[in-house]
Write a protein that binds this ligand. Structure first.
Ligand SMILES: Nc1ncnc2c1ncn2[C@@H]1O[C@H](COP(=O)(O)OP(=O)(O)OP(=O)(O)O)[C@@H](O)[C@H]1O
Ligand SMILES: [Zn+2]
Length: 522
C-alpha cells in the first residue's frame, strides 16, 4: 500500500514538473516565463524523481514479507511475529518422513543457542523437489509458521529479467530484507528458472542472477537465522554449485500421497466443512489414486460448491463423486477401468521385485510403493548400503534377477508383459554388459573388451549378454512361481495400502507365510 502511494506521488511530481517545463517553451509568448537556470533546475529535479521512481519500483515488489501489519514491534514484543504465515505442521497432512527431518531444523531456529554452544552451524538451504501440487509451498510456510519467522515468498521466474543485473539486484534486496527481519524463511518456488545449469557463454542475465544467489547464500553468517527453501519439479536441471554443502544441501523429495496420506489430506480439507455422516473418507482416499494434495484440496472445495448449488445443508457423497469426476476429467486421465488395471499391474510388478529381493537377500528393502515417482509408476527403495568395492558374480546376477522380477511377475499373473519394465531392463542390461565386457564374467573368459573391440566382437558379446539375461529371467520366474501365494498376498496388500515400509513388508512376508502355510522357497 505504502509502495503504491510513493509511486503515485513520484509519477505526479514528474508529470507536474514536465508540464511546467513544457509551458515555459510553448506559446508565443510562452504561457509561463522561466529563466534558463530555473529550467535546468526543473530538468534535474524531474530526472532525479524519475531515477528514484525506477529504483523504488525495482526493489520493492514481491519482497515484502507476507501478512505485514503496521504494529509489528508491538506484536514482536508479545512473541507473535506478524509476518508469520498461519500455516502449521498440522495443516500439512502426510509427508511424515519429511516433517520428521524438518523438526530438527525448526528446533535449530527456535533454540539457536543450544546448537551454537556445540559449535553446530544452522543449515542454510533446503530443497524440496517433486511433482506439482504436493505441498512444497505449504511446507515452507509451515517452517515459518512453526518458528514464528517472517516469510518471503518469491518465484524463480520473477528474477529472470530482460535487463542484465536486474535479477541479481532483486536477489540482493530479497536477502537484505530477510536478514533485517530474521529469523526468516525465504521461499524460492521454481528455483530452476534461475538455478538451472549455467551455460558456457558467461555474462548472461540468468547466470548473473544465479551467481548473486550463490554469493548471498555463502555470505550470511550462520548465526543469522535465515533459511532459504527452494522448490523445483526438476532436481536434475539444477546447477551443481547450488547443491553444494553450505548451500541447498538438504534435498527432500515431496511425492504424491499414498492412500493413507490422501485420507489425512482430505481430512485437513474438510475440517471446517459440514459433511454428511455417510461419507466415508477412506473410500474417497482409495478412489483418488495418483492425485496430489492440490487435487484433493480442489475436490473438497468443489464438493462444497456443489452442495451449495444443490441447496444442501451438508456435503454428501453425491457431491464428492461429482467433484472427483470433475477433477479427474481436468486431469485428462485415462478412464477408471484402465487406471484400476494399471494399478493392479504395478502392484504385481513391484511385489515381484520386492519378493525376489527378499528371497535372494540382496539389499535391505526400505519401502515398496505403487505411487508414481518421476517416470516410474511404482518403486522399491533400498536402504542405503555401505559402499561396496567388490561384488561377486552371483551377487551381480542376483541384482539382475531382482531387476527382472517386475516383468517376471507381470508375465506369470497376466500372461502378458508391459512397458513398465523399461527402466529395469536398461539397468539389468547395463550390469550384464559390464559383467561380459569389463569383469570377464561370461563364457568369453577373463577378457576385457574396450569400446573399439566391442564393435568388432559385438555378435559374440551380444550372445553372452542374452544368455545371462535369459538365464536370470528364467530363474526370476521360477522363484516367483515357487512362491505364488506369497506374491499374491504382497501384491494385494500393496494394491490396498499403496506403500509399505521395510518393516511392514517384513511383517507381511511373515504373515503371508503363516496364512498360506508356505515358507519362502528359493
Ligand atoms: N500434504 C498436504 N496437506 C494438506 N494440503 C495439501 C498438501 N499438499 C498439497 N495440499 C494442498 O494443495 C495446495 C497446493 O500445494 P502447494 O502449493 O504447497 O504445492 P507445491 O508442491 O508447492 O506445488 P507447485 O510445485 O505447483 O508449486 C495447498 O495449498 C494445499 O491446499
Ligand atoms: Zn520395475
Amino acid at each position: 500500500m505504502k509502495n503504491r502511494k510513493i509511486s503515485i506521488l513520484c509519477l505526479s511530481g514528474i508529470i507536474l514538473l514536465s508540464l511546467l517545463l513544457l509551458s515555459s517553451y510553448l506559446g508565443d509568448p510562452p504561457s509561463i516565463h522561466l529563466s534558463n537556470i530555473f529550467r535546468i533546475f526543473l530538468l534535474l529535479a524531474c530526472g532525479s524523481l524519475f531515477a528514484f521512481y525506477m529504483k523504488w519500483n525495482d526493489s520493492s515488489p514481491e519482497l515484502e514479507p507476507v501478512h505485514i501489519k503496521s504494529d509489528k514491534k508491538e506484536n514482536d514484543k508479545k512473541g507473535d511475529n506478524p509476518d508469520r504465515p498461519p500455516v502449521r505442521f498440522k495443516d500439512v497432512a502426510g509427508l511424515e518422513e519429511v516433517k520428521e527431518e524438518l523438526v530438527e531444523i525448526i528446533d535449530f531456529i527456535n533454540n539457536p543457542e543450544k546448537y551454537y554452544k556445540m559449535g553446530a552451524k544452522i543449515p542454510k538451504g533446503i530443497l524440496f523437489y517433486g511433482p506439482p501440487g504436493t505441498g512444497k509451498t505449504l511446507l515452507a510456510q509451515a517452517i515459518a509458521g512453526e518458528t514464528n519467522s517472517a516469510f518471503f515468498p518469491a518465484s524463480g521466474a520473477e528474477f529472470v529479467e530482460k535487463y542484465v543485473g536486474v535479477g541479481a539486484k532483486r536477489v540482493r534486496t530479497l536477502f537484505e530484507k530477510a536478514k533485517k527481519d530474521a529469523p526468516s524463511v525465504i521461499f524460492i518456488d521454481e528455483i530452476d528458472a534461475i538455478g538451472a545449469k549455467r551455460s558456457t557463454e558467461s555474462n548472461n542475465e540468468k547466470d548473473q542472477t544465479l551467481n548473486q544467489l550463490l554469493i548471498e547464500m555463502d555470505g550470511f553468517h550462520s548465526n543469522q537465522t535465515v533459511i532459504v527453501v527452494g522448490a523445483t519439479n526438476r532436481l536434475d536441471l539444477l546447477d551443481e554449485a547450488l547443491l553444494r554443502p553450505g548451500r541447498f544441501d538438504r534435498h527432500m523429495f515431496i511425492g504424491n500421497p499414498d492412500v493413507r496420506a490422501r485420507e489425512e489430506i482430505l481430512k485437513v480439507h474438510i475440517r471446517n466443512k459440514p459433511i454428511d455422516g455417510k461419507v466415508d473418507i477412506k473410500t474417497l482416499a482409495k478412489r483418488t489414486h495418483g492425485m496430489s494434495g492440490a487435487h484433493l484440496s480442489n475436490i473438497a472445495n468443489e464438493a462444497a460448491i456443489l452442495a451449495v448449488r444443490n441447496n444442501k445443508k451438508v456435503i454428501g457423497i453425491e457431491e464428492f463423486n461429482q467433484a472427483i469426476e470433475k477433477v479427474m476429467a481436468g486431469l485428462q486421465r485415462k478412464n477408471a477401468v484402465v487406471m484400476e488395471k494399471e494399478k493392479r499391474i504395478v502392484s504385481y510388478h513391484e511385489a515381484g521385485h520386492a519378493l525376489i529381493g527378499k528371497l535372494l537377500n540382496t539389499d535391505f528393502i526400505a519401502k515398496v510403493s505403487i505411487i508414481p515417482r518421476g517416470e516410474a509408476l511404482g518403486y522399491v527403495m533400498y536402504a542405503p548400503e555401505e559402499d561396496r568395492y567388490l561384488m561377486t558374480k552371483s551377487e551381480l546376477k542376483n541384482k539382475v534377477k531382482v531387476l527382472l522380477g517386475g516383468r517376471a511377475a507381470e508375465e506369470i499373473i497376466f500372461g502378458e508383459i508391459s512397458t513398465g519394465a523399461r527402466d529395469d531392463l536398461k539397468k539389468a542390461n547395463a550390469i550384464v554388459y559390464q559383467m561380459v565386457c569389463e569383469y570377464g564374467m561370461s563364457n568369453l573368459g577373463n577378457r576385457v573388451f574396450e569400446s573399439s573391440l566391442v564393435k568388432n566382437c559385438y555378435p559374440m558379446i551380444d550372445q553372452e549378454i542374452k544368455q545371462i539375461i535369459d538365464e536370470c529371467y528364467q530363474e526370476a520366474v521360477q522363484h516367483l512361481k515357487n512362491n505364488l501365494d506369497i506374491l499374491e498376498e504382497v501384491a494385494k496388500t500393496l494394491y490396498d495400502k499403496e506403500t509399505l515400509t521395510g518393516e511392514e513388508f517384513e511383517a507381511l512376508i511373515k504373515d503371508s507365510q503363516k496364512k498360506t502355510a508356505c515358507s519362502l522357497i528359493t
